[in-house]
Structure formats: C-alpha cells, structure tokens
Ligand binder design. Structure first.
Ligand SMILES: Nc1ncnc2c1ncn2[C@@H]1O[C@H](COP(=O)(O)OP(=O)(O)OP(=O)(O)O)[C@@H](O)[C@H]1O
Length: 290
C-alpha cells in the first residue's frame, strides 16, 4: 500500500509539488503520469526517503520510508539509472546489493535468470546496454522480495520483448497481492499495464481514478450495408450518430442493442466495435502545461 496526503515540496519559493494526495492499492498497478517537470520524480523521491517533504506525508505500508525497519523488504525501487560501479559485473552487483537487503545467493541466481540476464551476468555493467541496465535495476528492486514496487520510467530502453517481460512481471506481482507504482511517458505501453491512473500537472493532482472508469462509456464504431438506414434506426432509439464518411460513430447504445436494431432493419453489419478512450487522450485533456 502506498499513500500520500497533502504532499508538498518547495524549492525556495517555487512549489515542485503541492497537496499531492493519492493512494495505490495492493493487487493493482498504478500509473503516475505527467508532463516533463510535472512533479513525478519529486513525489517518488520523497516516497523513497531520498528527499524531505516541506509538508504532508508519504507512507509505504502505513509508515514513512525512513521509519521502515527493513525498507528493502517493504519496497523495491527503480529510479533513474546510474549504477554505482560500472566496473562490477551484473552478478557481483546483485550479490553486493543482496547483502544490503538480506537476500540469499540463491535469490540472486533466481533473479538474474528471471530478468533474462543469465548470459550477461559476467559482463561489466559499464558495458551493459540501456535495456540490460533496466533489467538489472528491476532485479535489484526485487531482491528483498518486497510487496511494494516503485518504478520511475522502467520501460526506457527496453525492446518489445523486454516490454512484454516487464508487463508480465508487474502483472504477476500485482496478482500476488503486491502494490506497483510506475511512472512512464510511454502511454500506449502503459495503457496495457495499469489498473489505476494518477495524473499530475504543474505539481498538483489533476486526476486519480481507475482506468476502466475513465475509458468506459465508449462509443460504437459501426460499418454496415446501408448507413442511412442504420443512422435513422439508431437515432430513433435515442442514439447520437456521427460519421467520418466511412463508418458511423454511435453513442448511447450498447453493442447488443446496435446489433439487434441492424438485424430488425435487415441491414448487414460488417463491423461493430466499442471504442475505448485512449490513455493518451485522457492524459492530454487533463495534464496541462507547466
Ligand atoms: N533540486 C531541485 N531544485 C530546484 N527545483 C527542482 C529540483 N528538482 C526538481 N525541481 C523542479 O520541480 C519541478 C518538478 O520536477 P520533477 O523532476 O519532479 O518533474 P518530473 O515530473 O519528474 O519531470 P520529468 O518527466 O521531466 O522527469 C520542476 O519544475 C523542476 O524544475
């Protein structure tokens, strides 16, 4: 569980974030979105005890990070990279980090395999690609088997198979009851991954809600044998109909109702698709500028 209440951070007279309040529930993946400079990193750094808030609280499992007795067993984090020792091999890096989090050697072996770095385990991390560094960072975050994961732009540099791997990993973590908070600019990828969305704009929370709630209420995309008759039939059932010349966009009817109306009119239907609101569209409508 992650919770922030009225979290505020000022740099001099400028508020980087102000009154940021949101929660991330166990069993769900939450996306933290915002334009450049919106306040995402500031929020995550305070959450992870790397920076002090000017006001408000940030809690992990009900406790501020700095008060957790074994923080690495509660929360694993992937922040902007900078692996401490580029001369170290990936394996050595994990073994060193394992000492800090109290993880066993067998956990290291299991993770290096699990994140797909077995073949590169003996290579210096300074020679890793960006995607390999991200995989190593995720393995490091998972060492203490923490229920809470906080990931800042973990998808940067991952190839499509890396993205699919990350998606599966985070979904499994949530399905097992874990809490995941992820920030990313890759909205199309994020849309496939997150359950809840928190949008921060200009240092303030603009929106926090389940994604399904935001993208629901979809209109239907209908392509059929006689658009004029379909339009007329749908309009008579109270639907709002528009067209781009090729398909009809129908609001206010369920797919079942739209299909049955077409059947009664004896107009063949070639396509009938509920359109969901895209995350990008939701984001751009509320994110605002800075
Ligand atoms: N150490 C600092 N000193 C002064 N201002 C800062 C500092 N760190 C961040 N800020 C300011 O706080 C605001 C929020 O920055 P933050 O890095 O949290 O944004 P972000 O959402 O993570 O952006 P990005 O997507 O570009 O990483 C920005 O206006 C930034 O200039």
């Amino acid at each position: 569980m992650i919770e922030t209440r009225n979290l505020t951070k000022a740099y001099g007279r400028v508020d980087a974030i102000r009154d940021v309040t949101f929660a991330c529930a166990p069993g769900r993946v939450t996306g933290l979105l915002g334009l450049n400079g919106a306040g995402k990193t500031t929020t995550l750094r305070i959450l992870l005890g790397l920076s002090r808030a000017t006001g408000g609280v940030a809690l992990i499992n009900g406790v501020p990070y700095r008060e957790l007795t074994h923080p690495l067993r509660h929360v694993g984090a992937v922040l902007e990279q900078g692996l401490s020792n580029p001369g170290q091999t990936g394996y050595r890096h994990l073994v060193t980090q394992a000492l800090l989090s109290g993880a066993s050697r067998s956990r290291v072996d299991q993770l290096i395999e699990g994140v797909g770095l077995a073949a590169a385990a003996g290579k210096r991390t300074g020679d890793y690609s960006l995607g390999m560094r991200q995989r190593l960072a995720v393995a490091t975050a998972l060492l203490g088997d923490p229920p809470v994961l906080v990931l800042d732009e973990p998808a940067n540099g991952l190839d499509p198979s890396g993205m699919a791997w990350l998606r599966t990993l985070l979904r499994q973590h949530a399905a097992a009851g874990g809490t995941v908070l992820i920030s990313s600019h890759l909205l199309t990828e994020l849309q496939l991954l997150i359950d809840d969305v928190v949008i921060i704009g200009n240092g303030r929370i603009r929106l926090a809600a389940p994604l399904a709630e935001l993208s629901g209420g979809a209109r239907l995309r209908v392509r059929g044998g006689d658009h004029a008759r379909l339009w007329d039939g749908y309009a008579r059932h109270g639907a709002r109909v528009t067209t781009d010349g090729r398909v009809l966009f129908v609001s206010g009817l369920s797919p079942e109702a739209a299909g049955e109306i077409a059947l009664r009119l004896q107009v063949p239907v070639y396509e009938l698709t509920p359109e969901r609101r895209q995350l990008e569209e939701i984001f751009l409508s509320v994110a605002g500028g800075r």
